[in-house]
Ligand binder design. Structure first.
Ligand SMILES: Cc1cc2nc3c(=O)[nH]c(=O)nc-3n(C[C@H](O)[C@H](O)[C@H](O)COP(=O)(O)OP(=O)(O)OC[C@H]3O[C@@H](n4cnc5c(N)ncnc54)[C@H](O)[C@@H]3O)c2cc1C
Length: 404
């Protein structure tokens, strides 16, 4: 297991400082504008690409070049401290990359992951398409079909994906589709839809409550034909897996679930970044704002709230770092990734709401960033597994029972 340390190493401290600086100098000043515009912030992402923050190398270093597992959560917290909408625009392609890493062969990873990012001056974007209009949490209910055409060695995709970050805007769409309908989520596979493939189009673009700088849309797939090599993993492996499931032997390979399991500590870190932004702002405000002839923080009603906010943020961060560390060591035992994500989402929603309370009327208006942070926080209770789905995963892990 090696030495255990709760200290960040020199590289991580430097990275933390570097991302923080980028957030302070570039992201924060742009946050209000892109929230109002409700569009993908290309110029900001371009700047992130110029400094190497938006790149597959950054992700690879964070995911594979780090034995502690903490590098990515540390960087993501700083990024989302800057702004969650822009943070999501920078991190969204990482979901597609994670989808490719979860199911792809080494050659596929090397071919497609860099294409989810491109280079500064020639940005590319990735999207991970799992959820559907009638099936979000219920991954066994996906209807998007992938049918193999033996004559041409192509897969043909049909269906509609919902709520897709970067959907339709992306160059690379990673699509989870049903190969064997009777096997439900065990009959799924993931596919790459390469750039400009006919038949893939953007459906409605959603107008959202928060993280508005992140583009979210439906993705419509109509007779989308892709080469056999775009099945992530190999056809032989897929056939073997399906045969095993049909014999009742194996049941674990759920393409969407594998991706989400791996990304949960990262999503928890996002939530912590938002919570910390609101907490720090509220703390400073409470020291300066006077009522009844003294700073409002001098009332325990306010200072105790801030004390609780500090405790909750630290608790969420420790759960997240534990999950990230376990993810790179012996793996999760009691759904620690879900625990971190559940806690961090709740903490972000609660802390940002309390921050509004501390600012009073100023917390409620757009002139101040706190109401935006509250809107941005809530998504962390919903995407990549809702609160209830995390509870389901945790209760199954701790009980060993197939709780429904
Ligand atoms: C901004 C945004 C970005 C997103 N980005 C992506 C993306 O890039 N790719 C992608 O594939 N998806 C994405 N999603 C989809 C997201 O993951 C789903 O919205 C989420 O999984 C919930 O699914 P649903 O909306 O269909 O809700 P439902 O599954 O219909 O859930 C509705 C309610 O019922 C509860 N519920 C459902 N089942 C159970 C149960 N068994 N026990 C108890 N309670 C239950 C849920 O917790 C929730 O409260 C995104 C969503 C949003 C809003």
């Amino acid at each position: 297991m090696g030495d255990f340390s709760m200290e960040l190493n020199e590289d991580q401290l430097q990275l933390q400082e570097w991302v923080h600086q980028f957030s302070e100098d570039v992201i924060r000043p742009a946050a209000e504008e892109w929230d109002e515009r409700e569009e993908f912030p290309f110029p900001v992402v371009e700047q992130a690409a110029e400094v190497g923050l938006y790149s597959w190398e950054f992700l690879a270093n964070g995911m594979m070049g780090d034995k502690t597992g903490l590098t990515l959560p540390v960087a993501i917290e700083e990024l989302f401290w800057g702004d969650a909408g822009i943070g999501m625009a920078i991190m969204g392609s990482g979901l597609a990359a994670a989808g490719i890493l979860a199911s792809g062969t080494q050659e596929q990873v090397l071919e497609w992951v860099p294409q989810c990012y491109g280079d500064a001056g020639d940005l590319k974007i990735g999207a991970f398409c799992a959820s559907e209009p009638d099936a979000g949490s219920d991954v066994g209910g996906y209807r998007t079909r992938a049918v193999y055409d033996e004559a041409t060695d192509e897969w043909v995709l049909n269906g509609t994906k919902a709520w897709i970050t970067n959907g339709g805007l992306a160059d690379i769409h990673v699509v989870v589709a049903v190969v064997e309908p009777e096997l439900k989520s065990r009959g799924h596979a993931s596919f790459i839809v390469p750039p400009n493939t006919p038949g893939l189009s953007q459906g409605q673009k959603y107008k959202k409550h928060g993280i508005k700088a992140s583009h979210t849309a439906e993705v419509v797939l109509e007779d989308v034909r892709i080469p056999g090599s775009c099945l992530l993993g190999t056809k032989e492996k897929l056939d073997e897996r399906i045969a095993r499931v049909k014999e009742g032997k194996s049941g674990n390979a759920q393409a969407a679930m594998q991706t989400f399991e791996a990304t949960r500590p990262a999503v928890a870190a996002q939530a912590i970044g938002v919570a910390r932004a609101a907490y720090e702002y509220a703390l400073e405000y409470a020291k300066e704002r006077e009522a009844f002839g003294r700073p409002i923080i001098m009332n325990q009603g306010i200072s105790f709230m801030l004390a609780d906010m500090a405790v909750e943020i630290d608790a969420a961060r420790w759960l997240t770092w534990r999950a990230a560390w376990l993810g790179t060591h012996q793996g999760f035992k009691n759904a620690e990734g879900s625990m971190a994500k559940l806690k961090a989402g709740r903490v972000a929603t609660w802390v940002t709401e309390r921050a509004i309370q501390i600012l009073g009327g100023y917390g409620y208006v757009r002139e101040y960033p706190v109401e935006r942070w509250h809107r941005d926080a809530k998504i962390h209770d919903i995407f990549e597994g809702t609160e209830q789905i995390q509870q389901l995963v945790i209760s199954r892990a701790i009980s060993g029972l197939r709780i429904e």
